[in-house]
Design a binder for this molecule. Structure first.
Ligand SMILES: [Zn+2]
Length: 250
């Protein structure tokens, strides 16, 4: 079985701090960053990876503000590929930061694959990550909790379908998982926030690979880079505008 991977354009952070994405690189310099999800087609049924962030109002109130047009709703993005949210039975949540799982509740027939460590961490996050998980905001039930009853908890690396594997990549968060997808031209790794932009993977003159400024464990992060090297896959980043220059990846 081989697949095609379609990036879904779910809005933009207009001015994101570079050093959030690339640890200690260019502090104070702001960049545009897309909010992405991924649709995997070619198998028996469509598979969605992540569900994107909130609407503009919510983002402004509780997070970093974002911009989202009517073409950038998840419904509109899926419709471009002839897929209705009700047809999605499988969603992979790479991790439970709000900009990756906020719209889980739009998929009423789906089960949500998430790592055990991620779910545990989302309940009691590190102090630096509470906001990203929407934990401990007065009066707010975190978005990922709304679909808690339909979560499928995975513990470590696991094969989801022929040609689709969930790969535990701790670092940015403790239970982040990437998705390794077989395509006509070899494997791709949907690396989620492990690789925010291509430079995280390509490195610079000091580091072969650069962690995100937002991280749970640097030690885990560097071990994850070693694991990724062994996979030998092409890497797809989570917040790089250049991803949208291609309609699909294979
Ligand atoms: Zn994240």
């Amino acid at each position: 079985m081989t697949y095609k991977i379609y990036p879904l354009d779910l809005g933009t952070f207009e001015a994101m701090e570079t050093s959030n994405l690339l640890y200690q690189v260019n502090p104070g310099v702001k960049v545009r960053q897309p909010i992405l999800a991924w649709l995997i087609l070619g198998g028996e049924e469509p598979i969605l990876v992540d569900t994107g962030g909130s609407d503009e109002e919510w983002a402004k109130q509780y997070h970093h503000g974002l911009q989202r047009s009517s073409e950038q709703t998840i419904e509109a993005q899926l419709q471009k590929h002839g897929v209705h949210p009700d047809e999605i039975n499988i969603v992979i949540n790479t991790h439970l930061h709000w900009d990756h799982c906020f719209q889980n509740n739009k998929f009423k027939n789906a089960h949500f694959y998430v790592q055990k460590k991620e779910l545990m961490a989302a309940v009691v996050p590190l102090p630096t990550q509470k906001g990203y998980y929407e934990t401990e905001i007065a009066g707010v039930i975190p978005s990922w909790m709304e679909t808690f009853d339909r979560m499928k908890v995975v513990d470590g690396d696991s094969k989801l379908r022929e040609g689709i594997e969930l790969v535990h990549l701790p670092g940015h968060t403790v239970g982040l998982q990437g998705v390794l997808v077989e395509t006509k031209n070899g494997p791709y790794l949907i690396a989620s926030d492990t690789i925010g932009v291509y430079e995280n993977w390509e490195g610079n003159d000091k580091l072969a690979h650069i962690p995100q400024g937002i991280h749970w464990s640097l030690e885990d992060y560097f071990r994850t880079f070693e694991k990724m090297e062994k996979l030998g896959a092409k890497v797809l980043p989570a917040h790089d505008m250049r991803v949208l220059e291609h309609e699909y990846y294979e």
